[in-house]
Design a protein around this ligand. Structure first.
Ligand SMILES: NC(=O)c1ccc[n+]([C@@H]2O[C@H](COP(=O)([O-])OP(=O)(O)OC[C@H]3O[C@@H](n4cnc5c(N)ncnc54)[C@H](O)[C@@H]3O)[C@@H](O)[C@H]2O)c1
Ligand SMILES: O=c1ccn([C@@H]2O[C@H](COP(=O)(O)OP(=O)(O)O[C@H]3O[C@H](CO)[C@@H](O)[C@H](O)[C@H]3O)[C@@H](O)[C@H]2O)c(=O)[nH]1
Length: 446
């Protein structure tokens, strides 16, 4: 099948590479000429495990190609995937300018029947707006061409994007057209040989499914963070509580890890966008507001714990940070808890000495050169000469630690663990003050 994909970000590039890998002919179009040039030269602009190999193999076979030429892109595929960004506007709503620009482009250049497949995360009603834009451009051109718009939200997680795309739970397709159903079945056929995973539904239900899924997952996390904060004050260990409730199949173990708040490019913006959608139809989404509020507060707990450990005297201190990315296996720092912490530390005159296996380039890009930030190339170098250690991301490389060694490195024996990586007793035995998340006595000092 010939498939065009607009946008070569996390979603567009992964979708393109995976669909090419199962035998489709894929042309990826991006307006960012520099990105396209890098991709053509075999360079992958993002860190995503397995993606480089997949892109290289499929580019070499000729099934995956890149372009900046819109007319060529529109001409190419019968399926025209939109996988461009939908960043938050100031009022929290999803900014649809990139999606609607692609719709306009398709309307301008199409010469035969096309199915426009919306893979970007977009508010309910966007398929109608895309349809209006395309129809408007066709009318301007004086052309009466047939086209369809369907919704096909993406559920991949960064860091496990290829696995999620190829072995995800479902492919949701919102359409009322039999012709679209057939074409989408053909597109995803290689993935559904073992098990039927195609879920057809109304366009509006498909659009809402994406927001509902992210909001539900964010709710689980905020709920657990709330329980963790309570556990901290009640002398209970939230890790034991987590296992206790996860064992109930009605609750399950997934997405109930308490921590330093959810970040990334999706949960924060999608919870806010859904809240905004609700208010647009005069409904106050109370639960969503609370989910966001709890998350906002949770991101500040790392700083609060440090401040308490130092009796408020953080000015002039050097704080070691392990982990900058919003989660492991990615270089993405969008809405990462590490950013809330670093910015709070800088405001009170503390210095940060940080290490992340993948996100240091991104950190440099975001914050540039500054006197109060030193990026070092190992976890060992990060703690050298530091007064305390904070763990923001649960990269594997931070899991095993010689705590006696760690104690010798730190000016003050303070470890703030935003990811509950260690056994509190073992850490404390080494003479370290250990502030984790909801671990019973983590507010007390030894
Ligand atoms: N990142 C994720 O894990 C993830 C997962 C599921 C869904 N989503 C959703 O998918 C969408 C894309 O997210 P992303 O993370 O891939 O974004 P991204 O910012 O990584 O990539 C978007 C790309 O679109 C390109 N673009 C912008 N305008 C264009 C145009 N007119 N024509 C062609 N290309 C254009 C940009 O240059 C950029 O390369 C968003 O709606 C997001 O919410 C993201
Ligand atoms: O039990 C948990 C699970 C996750 N997190 C945090 O939640 C955030 C998001 O994590 P994750 O969902 O793994 O990453 P994303 O790549 O943001 O993926 C989410 O957002 C995507 C974009 O919409 C969706 O496609 C995915 O299904 C959805 O999981 C991260 O900060 C995690 O640290 C927790 O704090 N506790």
């Amino acid at each position: 099948m010939r498939i065009t994909i607009f946008g070569t970000g996390y979603v567009g590039l992964v979708t393109g590479a995976c669909l090419a890998d199962v035998g489709h002919d894929v042309l990826c179009m991006d307006v960012d000429a520099d990105k396209v040039a890098r991709l053509e030269a075999g360079e992958i602009p993002i860190f995503e495990p397995g993606l480089e190999e997949l892109v290289t193999a499929n580019t070499a076979s000729g099934r995956l190609r890149f372009t900046t030429d819109a007319a060529t892109a529109v001409d190419f595929g019968v399926l025209q995937f939109i996988a461009v960004g939908t960043p938050p506007d100031e009022d929290g709503s999803a900014d649809l300018q990139y999606v609607l620009t692609v719709a306009e482009t398709i309307g301008r250049y199409m010469r035969e029947f096309k199915v426009i497949v919306d893979k970007s995360t977009v508010p309910v009603g966007t398929a109608d707006r895309v349809r209006e834009v395309v129809a408007g451009v066709l009318e301007e051109r004086g052309e009466a061409l047939d086209f369809e718009v369907c919704s096909n939200p993406e559920f991949l997680k960064e860091g496990a994007a290829i696995e999620d795309f190829t072995h995800g739970a479902r492919f949701v397709v919102g359409t009322s057209s039999e012709r679209v159903r057939e074409l989408m079945r053909e597109c995803y056929a290689p993935y559904i040989r073992l098990q039927e995973k195609l879920m057809f539904m109304d366009v509006r239900a498909a659009e809402l499914t994406k927001y509902a899924a992210n909001a539900m997952l964010a709710t689980k996390i905020s709920f657990m963070n709330e329980i963790a904060n309570l556990a901290e004050r009640l002398g209970a260990d939230v890790e034991q509580v987590r296992r206790g409730i996860g064992s109930d199949p009605r609750i399950g173990y997934h997405f109930i890890y308490p921590g330093c708040g959810y970040g990334g490019s999706c949960f924060p913006k999608d919870v806010r966008a859904l809240t905004r959608t609700a208010s647009d139809v005069h409904y106050e989404a109370q639960l969503l507001g609370a989910v966001e509020g709890v998350n906002h507060r949770q991101k500040q707990t790392l700083f609060d714990k440090l401040e308490r450990a130092f009796d408020g005297a953080l000015a002039g201190r050097t704080i070691a940070l392990w982990g900058l990315a919003f989660k492991p296996n990615t270089d993405d720092m969008r809405d990462a808890p590490s950013r809330t912490l670093m910015e709070a530390l800088w405001r009170v005159g503390a210095r940060v000495q940080a290490y992340d296996p993948e996100a240091m380039g991104e950190c440099r890009r975001l914050y540039g050169e500054r006197d109060d930030l030193t990026l070092v190339d190992s976890r060992e170098a990060a703690v050298q000469g530091a007064d305390a250690l904070v763990i923001c991301t649960e990269w594997k490389v931070f899991r095993m630690v010689d705590f006696d060694w760690l104690k010798r490195q730190l000016g003050m024996p303070v470890v703030v663990d935003g990811r509950n990586l260690y056994d509190p007793e073992t850490v404390r035995k080494a003479g370290l003050m250990y502030f984790a998340v909801g671990r019973g006595d983590s507010l007390k000092r030894p």
